[in-house]
Design a protein around this ligand. Structure first.
Ligand code: PNS
Length: 171
């Protein structure tokens, strides 16, 4: 592992499923972009068997949301996070920490990743207070049951959710 990413500066990876990208994710990515030279939002391939959005759609929506930020990029990855971080010469993984339940899961994942790659650091960030109750899972559930997701996801994501709903054939 090299001290800086391949194209210079300190690279942080914000990995996740992002199905869909929520305002909580946006907050964490923007905080990361202020702290590190470059940020890659990394969408895991095949995290869920029946996702709302394909990986390509998720990459496209994340690109739409962060397109104006020169130091934020998005790509997908498959396989182990530590292998992806090694390929990208990234020193840091950033994860959002909302609740105590998150902490238990994140601690386990962090220690496992450290076991696999001791040079990779995980940094936890607390999102803004309005995002502490927001999750992709709940957002999808609310949307599927006809509730409003305004304020939970960026407008571009809400538009894509509506467009997806419009293409679903109801039998
Ligand atoms: O948004 P999520 O679903 O909480 O993100 C979880 C993610 C993608 C960070 C995690 O599942 C992951 O890193 N998967 C890649 C496979 C891997 O490295 N597994 C071992 C983790 S200890």
């Amino acid at each position: 592992m090299t001290p800086s990413g391949a194209s210079g500066g300190r690279l942080a990876i914000v990995p996740g499923s992002f199905d869909p990208l929520t305002n909580g994710h946006v907050d964490i990515v923007l905080r990361s972009a202020r702290l590190f030279d470059r940020v890659t939002v990394a969408v895991l391939v095949n995290a869920e068997k029946t996702p709302m959005f394909s990986v390509d759609e998720r990459v496209a929506m994340i690109h739409e949301v962060f397109g104006a930020h020169a130091n934020i990029e998005v790509e997908s990855f498959a396989g182990l996070l530590v292998d992806y971080a090694r390929r990208r010469a990234a020193q840091v993984v950033v994860r959002g920490m909302r609740t105590v339940a998150d902490f238990e899961q994140e601690l386990q994942m962090t220690l496992m990743n450290r076991h696999l790659e001791p040079a990779l650091e995980t940094v936890f960030m607390v999102p803004n207070a309005q995002s502490t109750f927001v999750s992709s899972r709940l957002t999808k559930e609310i949307f599927r049951l006809g509730g409003s997701v305004q304020g939970l996801v960026p407008p571009a994501v809400e538009r894509r959710m509506r467009a997806k709903q419009a293409t679903v054939v109801h039998t």
